[in-house]
Ligand binder design. Structure first.
Ligand code: CO
Length: 164
């Protein structure tokens, strides 16, 4: 059960647009998703996107109350106009937290772990984590959207100075 090293900000891997998975099969991706899961759980995350382990493909996993939900090629097909501001962090930007405004409710279309198309509604923290992870697949980080950095501002400047 390998715990993979996390790609950290400001790596350019986190800024790439990730490619959709073509010809998804459970067999081909089972190990990849399991490794993502082990890596997320070990780091006490509540979501993880494939670029965070160095792979620019459109796969994310979300911690839910019923376990870990893998999303393959997820898309937001509806978003509520009502937004909510809450604090976010990211395993790839350790020590930094900020306030991000996101839709309260979303409707998601995605392939599930066995490659079937599914649609579901999400709200609150569940919706927030999905939006955060889909942003990762588009090369967007929560610090881009944060209205205010609430913790670690100096640390963030320090990371940025290492940008190559
Ligand atoms: Co993140």
């Amino acid at each position: 059960m390998p715990i993979l090293p996390l790609i950290l900000y400001p790596s350019s891997i986190l800024r790439k647009m990730s490619e959709p998975v073509l010809n998804y099969s459970e067999k081909t991706y089972a190990k990849f998703i399991k490794d993502m899961q082990d890596t997320m759980l070990k780091n006490k995350g509540i979501g993880l996107a494939a670029p965070q382990i160095g792979n620019n493909t459109r796969i994310a996993i979300i911690q839910t109350k019923d376990g870990v939900l893998p999303l393959i090629n997820p898309e937001i097909i509806k978003e509520s106009l009502r937004k909510e501001i809450s604090e976010e962090g990211c395993l790839s930007i350790p020590g930094i937290f900020g306030l991000v405004k996101r839709s309260k409710k979303i409707r998601v279309s995605s392939l599930n772990e066995i490659g079937e198309r599914m649609e579901f509604d999400a709200s609150g923290l569940f919706a927030r984590v999905i939006l955060h992870e889909i942003d990762h697949l588009d090369g967007v980080l929560f610090i881009d959207r944060a209205e205010k950095i609430t913790s670690g501002e100096d640390l963030l400047k320090n990371y940025e100075s290492k940008k190559s």
